[in-house]
Design a protein around this ligand. Structure first.
Ligand SMILES: [Ca+2]
Ligand SMILES: [Ca+2]
Length: 360
């Protein structure tokens, strides 16, 4: 994520909060201007400001002090009652860490939920005005690396024991658990390079030779290669930083390819491309061959992650509300079939849900 993205996101989130507060706009798009509880579906209630909300879900009611009184104050656990009857795809095992912005007085925080969408829990606390981004699991699923206020941190999966280990962005934990990759601006903020560091914060090393725009480094499953975005394309480099061993997997002069993530068997890479006029999730062979658009949707589709068995891909999309102010996390098969909104399981919320990271 670039600095521009961060600023844009923060401004958008602020604008959204203000809009909610000022207009009492409809939450979730179910009923524009409800007048009675009969106008709202399910267990939702018509708020006097004219929108429907579920009093069990803090994110639906986050725009009103009244609703804060209704919800179980202080508990950042979203009820999953509303989603228990939703038939879910098979094979959603493990945990998902993701970022969410669910309350106008809040920030982007890291949440953890079951991979089938149940039991989302906020695990981070406010630190000044900073937002949390880019969660990445340690291979044993006991820790999460993340980005906060220009720093790379690690913490236990329950949010305890956070430690800053470096300055940078977009951390990714190595398959053996020993190192963390990230991108960082150095040399007077001119060079955005790829770095590796030991998970305890020692021995930072650059593995790219003074690039200007390198982002989103992630690991091959054997731990020998790093996939990353350089300028408009996906590249591979070995972890020793031998530039002679680099490989350019996409070739673009106009559109952008970014967010590469290796499949668990190392044979495929999922990434995002704007070649079709909007952000789409693509899958290609690990040598760059056979690049296939698997989303084919005019919405913004970004931040892909693989399931532990490589049979599913989870990603972020704004296809349900194209105002650019709400996103959901969807899961699908690797050919794009079987789409399922995983953040709807615990009750839709009308704020950002992004950057899913699946345990390995
Ligand atoms: Ca799209
Ligand atoms: Ca959402």
């Amino acid at each position: 994520m670039t600095l521009t993205d961060l600023v844009k996101k923060f401004l958008a989130a602020s604008a959204f909060s203000l809009a909610m507060y000022a207009s009492g706009c409809n939450s979730g798009g179910e009923s524009a201007g409800c007048r009675t509880d009969f106008d709202c579906r399910g267990d939702r209630i018509c708020h006097r400001e004219g929108y429907c909300y579920d009093p069990r879900n803090l994110e639906d009611g986050g725009s009103s002090a009244d609703v804060h009184n209704v919800r179980d104050a202080g508990r950042d656990i979203v009820s999953s009652d509303s989603g228990r009857d939703i038939p879910r795809p098979e094979g959603l095992f493990g945990k998902i860490a993701f970022i969410s912005y669910r309350n106008r007085s809040d920030r982007f925080h890291i949440w953890v939920m079951n991979a089938d969408g149940d039991n989302p829990i906020k695990v981070t606390e406010n630190v000044g005005n900073n937002n949390y981004f880019c969660p990445s699991w340690s291979p044993d699923a006991r820790k999460i690396a993340y980005e906060l206020g220009g720093g790379i941190y690690t913490m236990n999966a329950d949010g305890s024991n956070s430690v800053r280990i470096a300055f940078g962005q977009e951390p990714a934990w190595s398959p053996d658990g020993q190192k963390i990759s990230y991108s960082a601006l150095r040399d007077g903020a001119r060079l955005q390079d790829i770095y590796l560091i030991n998970a305890d914060g020692s021995n930072e090393q650059s593995i790219t030779p003074g690039l200007m725009d390198a982002h989103h480094p992630t690991w091959s499953p054997n731990g020998r290669m790093i996939a990353f975005q350089f300028w408009k394309d996906i590249w591979l480099i070995d972890i020793n930083g031998n530039w002679d061993n680099r490989a350019r997997l996409t070739t673009s002069t106009t559109y952008t390819n970014y967010n590469p993530v290796f499949s668990p068997d190392g044979r495929k890479i999922v990434f995002v491309s704007t070649r079709d006029g909007n952000n789409e999730i693509y899958v290609m062979n690990a040598d760059g061959g056979n690049q296939i658009n698997i989303t084919n949707n005019p919405a913004n589709d970004e931040y892909p992650t693989w399931s532990p068995n490589g049979q599913k891909i989870m990603f972020t999309t704004d296809r349900d509300e194209r105002r650019g102010l709400n996103t959901e996390i969807y899961v699908m098969n690797t050919d794009g079939t079987g789409l399922f909104n995983i953040t709807a399981v615990a009750g839709n919320n009308s704020n950002y849900d992004e950057q899913p990271a699946w345990t390995r």
